[in-house]
Design a protein around this ligand. Structure first.
Ligand SMILES: [Zn+2]
Ligand SMILES: [Zn+2]
Length: 366
C-alpha cells in the first residue's frame, strides 16, 4: 500500500475544473467568506474617503478665501491627498494579496508531479526543513509547515510567517507577503489622521480668534475634522506603535501573545526522570512551570537579530528601486518566508528552560 499526499493546490485545481460551482461550495472544510465579512472593510474605506469633501471645503474657504494663502491650501491638499492615496494603496495590497501560500518542498523545487509520497514530503526539504520536528507538519492541510507558518482556522489553510487573522481587512490573514503593506496602512492612516487633525485644529483656533472673518459653516467642518482626526489617530495609532514594537523585537503578533509556542522549540528532553511529553504540552504544566515558560518568553524573542536587521527583514528590499514600493504601499517582506535566522541566544535560553522544566517536574512529584 502506498500512502500518497495530494498537493493542496492540485486538489483545488481539480475541484475548480470539475464543476462550475466555486471552490468554497465544493470543499466542506474550507470556511466560507460571507457577504457581511466584507462590511468592516467597506466601513474602513468609508472612513478614509468620507472626510475628503470637508478637507477640500476647509482648504478653499479657510486657507484660500479667508487667509488668502492659496499656496498653503495647495500644500495641504497635496499632502493630505498623497497620504490618502498611499493609505488606500497599502490597504488594497493588504486585502487583495495572498498573505503567504505554503508549498510542499517538492512544489517549491519545481518537480512537476501530481502526487508526492509521504516519506518524500517528510524528507524532501533541506537539512533545515526537518518536518518531523514538533509543529512542522500541518495535520489539517496534510502538508509540511515551514518555520513561523501557522494554520489559520478562519481561512482553513496555512500561512507563511502568519502574523494574525484580521477580521477588519477583508476577513483574511496577515502574513509574510502582506505584513509590510499592513504596517504601511496603519502608519499612513495614522499620519493622515494626525495631519488632518492638526490643520483643522489650527483653522478652528483661527475661527475663535477672528469671529468676523469666518464663514458660517466652515468652523463646523473644522471641528468635525479635528475631532475625527484625533479619534482615528487614537484608535489606529496604538496598533501602529504595537507593530513597530513587534518589528523592532523580531516578533509576530502570534509569537508575542502565545508564550507557550516556545515549547515546540525546546531541545529534546532527557528520556527519564520526568513525566513530561517531549516536547511538553501546555495543559500538563504546573503553575510554576507555566511561570518558567512565560519568564523565558519575556527574555527571549526567538527571531530577534537586533533592531536594524529585524526592520530590514520586514521592510528591506533586494533590488535597486525596491524602496519605491516600500514607500508607496509597503510591498512584501524580502526572502522566501520559509527560512528565518534565529536569535544567537535562543539555543542557550531554550536549553535552560528545558532543564528548568524537567527540574520543576522532578521537584513536583518527589
Ligand atoms: Zn494548515
Ligand atoms: Zn486567516
Amino acid at each position: 500500500m502506498t500512502f500518497q499526499v495530494r498537493r493542496r493546490d492540485e486538489v483545488e485545481l481539480q475541484f475548480r475544473g470539475s464543476s462550475s460551482q466555486s471552490f468554497d461550495d465544493e470543499d466542506p472544510e474550507k470556511p466560507r467568506r460571507l457577504w457581511y465579512h466584507r462590511l468592516p472593510l467597506l466601513i474602513i474605506v468609508a472612513c478614509i474617503l468620507g472626510p475628503q469633501p470637508s478637507i477640500l471645503r476647509m482648504l478653499i474657504y479657510h486657507h484660500w478665501r479667508s487667509l488668502h494663502q492659496p499656496a498653503w491650501a495647495v500644500i495641504h491638499f497635496v499632502v493630505s491627498f498623497a497620504l490618502t492615496v498611499i493609505t488606500l494603496t497599502s490597504l488594497t495590497i493588504t486585502v487583495t494579496r495572498d498573505p503567504g501560500p505554503v508549498h510542499t518542498p517538492t512544489a517549491r523545487e519545481g518537480v512537476n508531479s501530481d502526487n508526492i509520497g509521504l516519506a518524500e514530503a517528510l524528507m524532501g526539504g533541506g537539512d533545515e526543513d526537518d518536518f518531523m520536528k514538533p509543529g512542522r507538519w500541518c495535520r489539517k492541510c496534510w502538508a509540511p509547515k515551514p518555520e513561523r507558518a501557522h494554520h489559520c482556522s478562519m481561512c482553513g489553510r496555512c500561512v507563511m510567517k502568519m502574523d494574525h487573522h484580521c477580521p477588519w481587512l477583508g476577513h483574511s490573514c496577515i502574513g509574510h507577503r502582506t505584513y509590510p503593506s499592513f504596517v504601511h496602512f496603519l502608519t499612513s492612516a495614522t499620519l493622515l489622521a494626525l495631519y488632518v487633525a492638526t490643520v483643522a485644529a489650527r483653522a478652528l483656533m483661527y475661527s475663535f480668534r477672528n469671529p468676523f472673518s469666518v464663514d458660517e459653516t466652515t468652523p463646523i467642518h473644522e471641528m468635525a475634522l479635528s475631532l475625527y482626526g484625533i479619534i482615528i489617530s487614537l484608535v489606529v495609532g496604538p496598533f501602529a506603535a504595537y507593530h513597530f514594537y513587534l518589528i523592532t523585537t523580531g516578533q509576530t503578533t502570534l509569537e508575542h501573545i502565545t508564550p507557550f509556542m516556545l515549547l515546540r522549540h525546546l531541545p529534546p528532553l532527557p528520556r527519564t526522570g520526568h513525566s513530561l511529553s517531549d516536547p511538553p504540552l501546555e495543559p500538563e504544566l504546573s503553575y510554576q512551570q507555566r511561570r518558567l515558560v512565560k519568564d523565558a518568553h519575556s527574555r527571549l524573542s526567538l527571531y530577534d537579530l537586533g533592531w536594524r536587521r529585524n526592520w530590514a527583514l520586514v521592510f528591506g528590499w533586494e533590488t535597486r528601486w525596491g524602496w519605491v514600493p516600500k514607500l508607496l504601499w509597503g510591498g512584501s517582506s524580502p526572502g522566501d518566508g520559509m527560512h528565518h535566522p534565529r536569535n544567537p541566544r535562543a539555543e542557550d535560553i531554550l536549553a535552560k528552560l528545558a532543564a528548568d522544566l524537567v527540574k520543576a517536574d522532578h521537584d513536583r512529584f518527589n
